[in-house]
Ligand binder design. Structure first.
Ligand SMILES: Nc1ncnc2c1ncn2[C@@H]1O[C@H](COP(=O)(O)OP(=O)(O)OP(=O)(O)O)[C@@H](O)[C@H]1O
Length: 487
């Protein structure tokens, strides 16, 4: 399709774009990224033939751009430049209709049904049909942007060149526009080159990214290769964190600002309140949390931690909503709360502090073992899970890496299993040693201040504290539970 071979060019004596090469695949979306002034717009002008290349060449369908007349080129390639504030006093329909000019033969060519169809379809798909009789001067920046996109689409190009198309668009229209472009690459065999400032949007929608720095190619590859922490930090001179998108295998970049760091704090037993209804730990500030709770599950930052007592026969179609309402009713905002449930009496919770070598943790366990399960034989059971739960909370005064969070969870789970073995808890169905109950839940939360803790496996300093603490607290909680059952 379009091929740029070692192109250099710019303004005056200076080369702004230096030795850039790429070959477009048909129907792909290629994103051009780079900091301000890195030469993105200049490159786009060179690709579209607006600015000549000082060296190298651009070809389209194996012919140099110069071999095409402007009208021939306009039938193949549409350009949507950055939106400018000035606009002529045309109606939306008139503006979109101008996109048909390259397809018309002669100055006074008749308006054909193909033209009408292309204009109507483009206006409908970009959501501007409702404004068709209005002057584009009376539209908002985002609406105007969509009108010019409609004009470019009405042109029915094979290649669309866009300069920051989502500028001025709200979240919903950004998504609509890019979903539409993606769809057109399939349905209309469209190929797209687009400049983006938003790395995350570019990563989500582009097949490949061309990252520029001072006019040179840093990388030309799939988003997963281009959007790595080191490259982005070096080129954009900003601290970032990269992680994967929650639904797609596409990297996403988060800025790490200099401000907003929380003051140091330390979790102690004093932060816990115990009522007949729940155990509540209110942290002095949000804690980074990994949990399998009913609400606030997964990784996040939370302020309130609630272990709620529910009756043995608790049944609810939507325990998530039930827990949200419970949190809100009790004055903990659900969005700021990790909430678990247990049928055991919550005043039997065992809470202890452990400290060694400058590390400290607080562990809180409620244990009911009526539904104990041997996980190695659970495939033989057909009973539904009922409430009878070991809820394990591990609060860490320290700054954990992601791997330390996961290892802390593993270590706490291994320690829980060991406590069950020590207490000789059996799966009532199989008569074998239990490894947990059918509805156990676990939480690891950290202040993210103080010593940096990279690992939390069983033989690390933190792992040793968690192992000892969880075994001791779980063992005691099981003893209390059994004592209550006996009396
Ligand atoms: N018409 C021009 N005449 C002279 N220099 C120009 C002209 N247009 C751009 N430049 C310069 O060329 C360099 C690259 O500009 P360009 O607009 O291509 O960057 P960009 O990556 O698109 O930037 P931005 O992200 O800010 O839009 C800049 O230093 C700019 O000042």
């Amino acid at each position: 399709m379009l091929k740029a071979s070692q192109i250099s060019g710019g303004y005056g004596e200076k080369d702004v774009v230096k030795n850039v090469s790429f070959e477009l695949q048909k129907q792909e979306i290629l994103g051009i990224l780079g900091p301000n002034g890195s030469g993105k717009t200049t490159l786009m002008k060179m690709i579209s033939g607006l600015l000549p290349c000082r060296s190298g060449d651009v070809s389209y369908k194996d012919q140099p751009l110069s071999a095409y007349s402007p009208k021939q080129l306009a039938r193949e390639i549409a350009v949507l430049p950055q939106l400018h504030s000035h606009a002529f006093d045309y109606t939306v329909r008139e503006t979109v209709s101008m996109g048909r000019y390259p397809h018309q033969k002669g100055m006074f060519a008749p308006w054909k049904s193909d033209d009408e169809k292309a204009v109507t379809e483009a206006m409908q798909q970009t959501g501007v049909a409702e404004f068709e009789s209005q002057s584009i001067q009376d539209l908002s920046g985002g609406e105007r942007q969509r009108v010019f996109l409609a004009q470019a689409l009405a042109q029915e190009p094979k290649l669309l060149l866009l300069d920051e198309p989502t500028n001025h668009l709200d979240l919903s229209y950004q998504k609509q526009l890019l979903d539409l472009l993606k769809e057109w690459t399939d349905t209309h065999e469209l190929t797209v080159i687009s400049i983006f400032h938003d790395l995350n949007i570019a990563s989500l929608y582009c097949d490949r990214l061309l990252l520029l720095h001072e006019g040179e190619t840093v990388q030309l590859a799939e988003p997963g290769h281009v959007m790595n922490k080191e490259t982005v930090e070096r080129v954009y001179r900003a601290r970032v964190h990269t992680q994967s998108h929650p639904e797609l295998p596409k990297p996403q970049v988060t800025l790490l600002p200099n401000h907003g760091h929380q003051a140091p704090c330390e979790i102690t037993k004093d932060h816990f309140t115990i009522t007949p209804d729940h155990v509540h730990m209110q942290a002095p500030q949000s804690l980074k949390t990994l949990s399998s709770a009913v609400i606030g599950a997964g990784l996040g930052w939370y302020h309130h931690f609630v272990n709620r007592h529910v009756p043995m026969d608790y049944e609810c179609d939507d325990s998530y909503q039930d827990m949200v309402q419970y949190a809100n009713r009790n004055g903990f905002k659900a969005a700021d709360t990790v909430g678990m449930m247990t049928a055991v009496k919550v005043e039997d919770v065992v809470i202890r502090e452990y400290e060694e070598n400058g590390l400290s943790v607080v562990i809180a366990i409620t244990a009911g073992v009526g539904n104990a399960v041997d996980v190695s034989l659970s495939h033989e059971r057909d009973r539904q899970a009922t409430i009878g739960t070991i809820n394990s909370w591990v609060f860490i005064n320290g700054k954990l890496s992601d791997e330390a969070f996961i290892q802390a969870m593993m270590t706490a789970t291994e320690a829980k299993v060991k406590a069950l073995q020590n207490a000789d808890v059996k799966d009532p169905l199989t008569g074998t040693l239990a490894t947990g109950t059918s509805t156990d839940s676990a939480l690891v939360a950290a202040t993210q201040h103080g010593p940096f803790i990279q690992y939390a496996g069983s033989i690390t300093p933190l792992g040793k504290l968690i192992g000892k603490g969880v075994v001791e607290c779980t063992t005691e909680a099981i003893d209390i539970y059994r004592e209550r059952k006996r009396t």
